[in-house]
Ligand binder design. Structure first.
Ligand SMILES: Nc1ncnc2c1ncn2[C@@H]1O[C@H](COP(=O)(O)OP(=O)(O)OP(=O)(O)O)[C@@H](O)[C@H]1O
Length: 695
């Protein structure tokens, strides 16, 4: 339960260094009031600063110059120490002009009797730890100083032989709303198991502390120091652990040194000290107003490092006592009055205090586990509830969509769906974007989109089936073409073989001896005699067998002449073919490339109509003399007609040249063909009469 605590204020006057008139008077048996009378003008060494009226201040107790350390300690500290042992935070702070005895009061003088508050507190605590055998105590110590607005660890042994500018700075962490929540991130905290341990730590810190010679003090503290004792206690068979912090603070003294001294470093130190003390006054003023008005005005703790560090002691959960120290000499009366005024303001600050107690760690763990189990159960219940809510939500949404889907879509809405599906299928829209849009549009649109997708799928699968079918047909065609190509290749091979054979025959013929009689074969002399004979006889008279004009170019060899004639036969030509029945028809007549067949076919057709083996050809007859010609023949065309007799002359192929009006062209063609055919017939007849060749 919280109690109120007014900051305790004490005044201590140090012994005078010189035989001067003292500036004050005390009243009461155990004095608690100090009075500053009006000083005579002769003592007014610093004129304007001197008070022009009587000043009187009342405190818990005023210790005159002859009061020893033990008395001060007993009056000021015992209650705070006992409270710390019971779990209350406490602060003992010395404030005053430089050289007024702060360090003497807090740390002590040179002799054992002059021991200050810190060593006496340590002794008292360890005595109490010993005496209270039913309570387990643990004690931890830290010691810091604030120098030029930076915090340093006085217990860091690494600092012993180093200048302060190479020391590691301590980082301070403050919470905005809790005045007691002050943490030092890298400050060393050491456990002291005995009075000796604790005194050694104090000694180490004092060695490290920054002091300088000043005109007022040969070993003036240039920093604010805070010696902190953390006490942890637990009564036997109890789950409760008490924690308390006891701060013992030695402030640097307010002064005018920096105005007098030429050293830059000291001026800077003085400026920082005075500024931080000024902010301390501002904080006390704000706290005083807070009490007076009952309101909660802003307290400017953060304006200086000193007030930031001490804010728990000034406005938090702490039993704080302040000792103001005075120089007794009249020349310092202004500083003394100033100290008294500050102390008076402090006495009006009230703090809410309470015991700091916690469960021990085992009990805390047990408690936390219990809490944890409870939270787990709550979580499971919440999850169940959440699942139920999700289900409900899903049902509601389904209902909502169902309602939406009942409304038929308009033409424009269907158009929107069509475009959306198009864009989705052409990958213009990402999956997630499409889903978002559909979600936004509602269930009716979603159904329409699904329908459109289904249609697209059916169309795509039909198209694929058709394409498959077409592929199969193409495959079959390809296979047919391959078969035909193979056949044609075989035909080509056969033809090639025949050509080779024919060429061999021709070569053989060319190398054969010329037959003696006309009936036995064909010769160049035959050709020559034919030319002469033809020239002598009438060109118009129908003539059996050889009565034609040779059209061989002059100087042409016999073999060239034969080749040319055979080529003519192979190339073929169009004739009017007369038959035993029907009208004469135009027919294409030609010899096969191996000269084995004489064929004809209708003009424009590819396949032969009739094939006559050339081995069966008997004779060639000029003009229209056969029975076939007599049936539908034209005597005027007789000159351009001829008949090929075959099958032992029982049959004939009756052809009429039809090269238009030109007599010359008709005659030329007729003669060329007759000459070629005559040679073919003679050659075939020679082959027939030849004995078979030995292989
Ligand atoms: N009550 C006292 N009895 C005997 N000597 C004292 C007393 N108070 C102070 N002194 C002596 O006065 C000198 C200055 O005192 P001290 O260093 O404690 O002053 P201070 O207020 O801490 O000064 P600063 O602010 O400069 O550190 C020291 O030599 C100290 O021993």
């Amino acid at each position: 339960m919280a109690q109120q605590w007014r900051i305790g204020t004490y005044l201590r006057i140090r012994p005078s260094r010189k035989q001067t008139t003292k500036s004050y008077a005390l009243s009461g048996k155990t004095p608690s009031t100090i009075v500053f009378p009006i000083l005579p003008a002769s003592l007014d060494t610093r004129s304007s600063l001197k008070q022009r009226e009587i000043q009187e201040f009342k405190y818990s107790r005023v210790f005159d110059h002859d009061v020893d350390q033990e008395c001060v300690f007993n009056h000021v500290c015992i209650d705070i120490i006992n409270s710390a042992l019971e779990g209350y935070n406490g602060t003992i702070l010395a404030y005053g002009q430089t050289g007024s005895g702060k360090t003497f009061t807090i740390t002590g003088g040179e002799s054992y009797q002059e021991r200050g508050i810190i060593p006496r507190t340590i002794s008292a605590l360890f005595e109490a730890f010993e005496a209270r055998y039913d309570v387990n105590y643990r004690c931890y110590i830290s010691y810091l100083e604030i120098y030029n607005e930076s915090i340093y660890d006085l217990l860091d042994k690494a600092h012993l032989n180093q200048p302060i500018d190479q020391w590691t700075k301590i980082h301070l962490q403050l919470s905005d709303d809790d005045e007691d929540d002050v943490h030092f991130r890298n400050l060393g905290v050491y456990e002291a198991n005995s009075e000796e341990d604790a005194l050694n730590l104090l000694f180490l810190g004092n060695v490290n502390r920054v002091t300088s010679d000043t005109p007022m003090n040969m070993a003036s503290s240039r920093s604010h120091s805070i010696f902190t004792i953390l006490i942890e206690s637990r009564r036997e068979n109890s789950d409760l652990v008490l924690h308390s912090k006891l701060h013992i603070v030695d402030l640097a003294g307010s002064e005018r040194v920096y105005k007098r001294d030429g050293s830059e470093r000291m001026r800077n130190e003085g400026r920082c000290i005075n500024l931080s003390l000024h902010h301390l006054e501002q904080v006390i003023l704000a706290l005083q107003q807070r009490k007076a008005k009952g309101s909660k005005p802003h307290v400017p703790y953060r304006n200086s490092m000193l007030t930031s560090v001490l804010r728990g002691s000034l406005g938090g959960n702490c039993k704080s006592v302040f000792i103001g120290t005075l120089n007794p000499e009249s020349e310092y009366v202004d500083e003394s009055i100033s100290t008294c005024r500050f102390l008076l303001r402090c006495s009006e600050v009230a703090l809410d205090i309470h015991v700091n107690q916690d469960l021990d760690s085992d009990s805390q763990i047990a408690l936390l586990m219990k809490e944890n189990n409870k939270l787990k159960l709550e979580k499971a219940a919440l999850e169940e509830n959440c699942a139920h809510q999700i289900e409900l939500n899903a049902q509601l949404q389904a209902q909502l969509f169902a309602d939406k889907s009942l409304q038929p879509l308009t033409e424009i809405e269907r158009d929107v769906c069509e475009k959306l599906v198009d864009r989705y299928l052409t990958a213009e829209l990402a999956d997630t974007d499409t889903l978002k849009i559909i979600q936004h549009l509602g269930m009716a649109h979603a159904i329409e989109c699904l329908r459109l997708m289904k249609n697209s799928l059916i169309f795509a699968s039909n198209t694929a089936a058709e394409a498959q079918e077409m592929l199969q047909i193409q495959d079959e065609r390809l296979r047919d073409l391959e078969i035909r190509l193979l056949e044609q290749k075989n035909d080509a091979e056969k033809l090639k073989h025949h050509v080779v054979q024919l060429s061999q025959h021709i070569n053989e013929l060319e190398t054969q001896e010329i037959p003696a009689s006309e009936d036995e074969g064909w010769s160049e002399s035959d050709a020559e005699s034919e030319k002469v004979h033809s020239a002598e006889s009438s060109p118009h008279k129908p003539h059996a067998s050889t009565s034609i004009i040779s059209l061989a170019p002059k100087g042409e060899s016999a073999s060239d002449s034969i080749k040319r004639r055979m080529e003519l036969l192979k190339q073929g030509g169009i004739f009017i073919k007369h038959g035993r029945q029907g009208k004469p028809h135009a027919r294409f007549v030609w010899c096969s490339s191996d000269l084995q067949y004489l064929s004809y076919r209708p003009v424009g057709s590819q396949s032969p109509m009739i094939q006559i083996p050339t081995a069966s050809l008997q004779a060639l007859v000029c003009g229209q003399t056969t029975k076939v010609f007599q049936r539908k023949g034209d005597p005027l065309r007789s000159e351009f007609s001829f008949s090929i007799l075959y099958d032992d002359s029982k049959r004939s192929l009756d052809l009429e040249v039809d090269e238009g009006e030109s007599i010359e062209r008709n005659r030329l063609k007729c003669n060329e063909w007759m000459e070629a055919l005559q040679f073919l017939i003679k050659w075939k007849s020679a082959q027939r009469n030849q004995p078979p060749m030995k292989k």
